[in-house]
Write a protein that binds this ligand. Structure first.
Ligand code: Y39
Ligand code: FE
Ligand code: FE
Length: 230
């Protein structure tokens, strides 16, 4: 029996698709590489959770290899230079926080913001992906929920003493995500991913995470508003 394509309007071999893919695929590969490095750093900062965090870091490097295969499958060369630049500010903020022992800020950046960004992007990508990439991405997104859960549980257990640092880290980093989304809006659209849907999925996942950690609805509204000023 013939399987109907979900989105017959996508020509995965067209030059415009491959051009947009060279940047989005690179962002995902670079993001997974940095997520791997960030969990190694977190394993050093949280020795009680060393084994679990090292396991998460290994998952991230598997994700990276999966997405590299997606690019190869479409004969696309990822633009890694662009992707490094893309993450540089968020990456810099993580590095600074790690160097000063601000583990709460590190967790907010990697396990809440970056994981929610991944969850939104991968869920929106799955229905419009080519068959090969869809299977890979479906496997990856399940792991990302586990990564988000790690951050939620730790921050919930340390909520009172982390609250002020979380608010400050949110204020510093949420606007960066907004700028990052704006920067790839056109490329994402070519792949069939709409910015509105990405923003909506991100805010739902991020708001839910903040709620699970212990923030009130009022706190969450206030914290979310920092995205709007980007
Ligand atoms: O924890 C993780 O695996 C995160 C690194 C990955 C984030 C990937 C960021 C994807 C953004 C894609 C933007 C598409 C519009
Ligand atoms: Fe990942
Ligand atoms: Fe992850």
């Amino acid at each position: 029996m013939q399987q109907l394509a979900v989105s017959p309007e996508f020509d995965f071999t067209s030059e415009s698709y491959k051009d947009a893919y060279s940047r989005i695929n690179a962002i995902v590969i670079e993001g997974e590489q940095e997520a791997h490095d960030n969990y190694i750093t977190l394993a050093q900062l949280l020795p009680d959770h060393k084994d679990e965090l090292q396991r998460l870091s290994k998952m991230e490097s598997r994700h990276m290899k999966g997405f590299q295969a997606c690019g190869r499958n479409l004969s696309v060369t990822p633009d890694m230079e662009f992707a490094k630049q893309y993450f540089s500010q968020l990456h810099g903020n993580f590095q600074t926080a790690a160097a000063t022992g601000n583990v709460v800020t590190c967790l907010l950046i990697q396990s809440l913001i970056i994981e929610c960004f991944a969850i939104a992007a991968y869920n929106i990508y799955i229905p419009v992906a080519d068959d090969f990439a869809r299977k890979i991405t479906e496997g990856v997104v399940k792991d990302e929920y586990m990564h988000l859960n790690f951050g939620e549980v730790w921050l919930k257990d340390h909520f009172e003493e982390s609250k002020a640092e979380l608010e400050q880290a949110n204020r510093q980093n949420l606007p960066l995500v907004w700028r990052m989304l704006n920067q790839v809006e056109d490329d994402a659209h070519i792949l069939g991913m709409e910015k509105d849907a990405l923003v909506e999925d991100f805010m739902i996942a991020y708001g839910e995470a903040l709620s699970n950690i212990g923030f009130t609805t009022r706190d969450i509204m206030r914290m979310s508003a920092y995205g709007l000023t980007a």
